[in-house]
Design a protein around this ligand. Structure first.
Ligand code: MG
Length: 170
């Protein structure tokens, strides 16, 4: 007998361009000033990619690379909110309701904390859940590793979903 509570987890990494090649990045759909850009096929929003994978994982629906291959030109420079909303829609079709989510963003720079509130508002609105159910955390690796050297960014996400209906579509 399966529980009606499901947990999903996602992780994503993207690297920064050399300093001076860009002036912003996107995290949780929020534009954040930075001295380099993210190198990626889409807009490189690591937080939304991790969250998308967590949602897909909760319902065993594969991963973001299966749904949106980085070799497909239609996803070039794509706003990652598109991927997230697609996964959210699949979750609903599979009979699940998103209960809460918890994201951790790991980077030395840019500073994420000033943007957490805007990120929570953005995701709360986009996913139609209470702001209280949207957690955004930020940390550094104390100068260690690729995030510590400011070479890239890492994000993880965990979601909890409740099954509210029988499967209606794949
Ligand atoms: Mg990614």
């Amino acid at each position: 007998m399966y529980s009606n509570i499901r947990v999903g987890y996602g992780i994503d990494v993207h690297k920064f361009s050399p300093i001076g090649e860009g002036d912003h990045i996107f995290l949780c759909g929020i534009k954040i000033p930075h001295n380099s850009k993210i190198i990626a096929h889409s807009d490189g929003d690591a937080a939304l990619h991790a969250l998308t994978d967590a949602m897909l994982g909760a319902a065993s629906l594969g991963d973001i690379g299966e749904h949106f291959p980085s070799t497909d030109p239609q996803w070039k420079d794509k706003n990652s909110m598109h991927f997230l909303l697609h996964a959210h829609n699949l979750l609903h079709k599979a009979g699940y309701k998103l209960n809460n989510l918890d994201i951790t963003i790991i980077c030395q720079r840019p500073k994420v904390t000033p943007y957490k509130n805007a990120m929570r508002d953005k995701l709360s609105t986009a996913l139609e859940i209470d702001k209280e159910a949207v957690s955004i955390k930020a940390t550094t690796t104390d100068g260690l590793g690729f995030t510590g050297r400011k070479k890239g960014i890492l994000a993880t996400a965990t979601v909890c979903c409740i099954k509210i209906a029988d499967y209606t579509a794949a």
